[in-house]
Design a protein around this ligand. Structure first.
Ligand code: GDG
Length: 487
């Protein structure tokens, strides 16, 4: 390694940037998504290295571009190049076609093919080589998510002695589902090579421990629930739940800014006397977009009293646009929106406003701030940062959060939101009606509690908790968050 010694090396499937080509020139632009939102402020604050795939499926190397530009991003980026076949088998087929549906309880969508598993193992090894080339013995290697569950074991096999820790951003499935995976034992064995494993919720941690007990009866599980130890094959792994969060003050301040206030005013000015219901999701079957549209349709059917007085704004962010299944899902959403609007639109009232594109951070925060109700109903979700961002941006403190009980966020935010089963569309419609008529006192009291929760358990606290469990010195205290409650 030629750069200065680093203390934290983040390893994730994708680097938090996109390569954009304009004519002959290529440049890096910051990407969007859960991981970037979570880590960028922290790495910028204290420095570090981020290793990941550069996102180019052609296998072309972009090392020079990264060397030149990555320092401008605020931390070092080290790209891993993948061949088209690796992208297909490791990323599209095994990570997205097997692990993603399995871990979100969609067994019927899983494909089980030995060649995709073989490629998953071989790409995990490739990432371990990148770790070897870009880290020093004192560093902490922090591996992210389901694409790279074997990197810790691969590092050990390469003889690299580093502290390696792992965080799973998606749910961990119940054992009877997980055991359907032909390579379930290999995966648990791989994960048990990390020194620390972090899950989003206690439920995920518990599911994992049950799998360990079933598959490795000789493993010794001890310690208090919050910080359990698993002793197996001469190694000790710590396991805990670390619910991820957001930069509360960042969203709070942006939502309070003049540019967002202007945009929020503009959105509502064009929809006067209406309450806005907001949904924001990456296009994915786990997010429950169709079920949510159905719930909204039932609301309009069952409660004519709110016709003309409500608008549902659904933002769908394009995702996996080259995959047929996702293209079909988009067509079904387009048709459903068209059908519901065709059924209920009259005069100047079009009930559903459907936005299918990436939105700027300013626009997103303006929608958060100005929407009276957020309808966040994934069928299953590791955490769901949208729910937390909505509360942090609700600076008037009177938004109502309707939240799926199957989002990880429900564990912290369930009490003060309106909790729903997203599969029970009639009940979701009833909760929407309740939210519409909720009085100001109750709205404010609930939102105050939600904001206090997200303000306290923010992304910096998450990082501190995780690093402290990893046995690393804590980063300097971040002063953006105060516990004094103006809300
Ligand atoms: C995983 C887990 C877990 C999205 N579109 C735009 C945009 N975003 C930002 C949002 C938010 C993030 O992306 C999406 O958050 P999610 O929580 O839904 O995350 P996933 O991408 O599904 O990822 C999830 C997360 O990891 C973190 O651990 O919560 O359960 O599946 O931050 O703001 N931002 C902007 N424009 C967009 O169009 N500006």
């Amino acid at each position: 390694m030629d750069e200065k010694q680093s203390t934290i090396v983040i390893v994730s499937n994708r680097l938090p940037v996109k390569i954009v080509r304009t004519g002959k020139k290529s440049e890096l632009i910051p990407g969007s998504g859960g991981l970037v939102t979570a880590f960028a402020p922290v790495l910028r604050d204290r420095g570090g290295i981020w290793i990941g795939w550069d996102g180019d499926a052609s296998g072309q190397s972009h090392k020079k571009l990264f060397t030149k530009e990555s320092t401008a991003i605020g931390y070092l980026l080290r790209p891993v190049s993948l061949t088209p076949l690796e992208v297909q088998l490791y990323y599209e087929d095994f990570s997205n076609g097997t692990l993603w549906p399995l871990f979100h309880d969609f067994l019927d969508r899983c494909q089980f093919q030995p060649e995709t598993w073989d490629m998953y193992c071989s790409v995990n090894k490739k990432f371990a080589h990148a770790v070897a080339n870009n880290s020093n013995p004192g560093d902490l290697i922090w591996v992210q998510d389901y694409h790279l569950m074997l990197v810790g074991k691969c590092c050990a096999e390469l003889g690299i002695k580093r502290k390696t820790v792992f965080f799973l951003h998606i749910p961990f499935p119940p054992w009877d589902l997980f055991m359907r995976l032909p390579w379930c034992k290999e995966i648990i064995d791989g994960i048990l090579h990390y020194d620390l494993i972090g899950f989003q919720t206690e439920r995920d941690r518990w599911n994992f421990i049950r799998c360990v007990r079933r598959l490795f009866p000789g493993a010794l599980v001890s310690g208090p629930q919050r910080s359990q130890l698993i002793e197996y094959d001469g190694r000790i792994t710590r396991v805990g739940a670390f619910p991820i969060s957001i930069d509360f003050e960042g969203f709070n301040q942006h939502a309070s800014s003049q540019e967002v206030a202007d945009e929020a005013w503009y959105i509502h000015e064009r929809l006067p006397e209406r309450k806005l219901v907001l949904g924001v999701d990456r296009l994915d079957y786990t997010k429950g977009i169709l079920e949510r549209l159905k719930a909204f349709e039932i609301l309009l059917e069952k409660y004519p009293d709110i016709h003309d007085k409500i608008n549902f704004i659904q933002v769908v962010v394009p995702s996996r646009t080259n995959v047929k299944e996702y293209q079909e899902m988009k067509c079904t959403i387009d048709e459903t929106v068209g059908r519901i609007n065709g059924r209920f639109t009259h005069h100047d009232w079009v009930p559903i406003h459907y936005i299918y594109r990436n939105v700027s951070r300013r626009e997103l925060v303006a929608y958060y701030r100005t929407s009276e109700i957020a309808l966040i109903t994934p069928l299953k979700d590791g955490m769901n940062l949208i729910a937390k961002e909505y509360c942090a941006s609700s600076v008037e403190t009177d938004g109502v959060l309707i939240l799926s009980e199957f989002a990880g966020a429900a564990q912290q935010m369930g009490k003060s939101s309106l909790l729903v089963n997203p599969f029970h569309v009639e009940a979701v419609a009833d909760q929407l009606h309740k939210a519409y008529y909720m009085d100001e006192g109750e709205r404010k009291s609930r939102m105050r509690k939600l904001r206090a929760e997200v303000r306290r358990n923010n992304i910096f606290r998450w990082m501190e908790h995780f690093l402290s469990a990893a046995g690393m010195p804590l980063p300097k205290p971040h002063s953006t968050s105060t516990d004094s409650s103006d809300d």
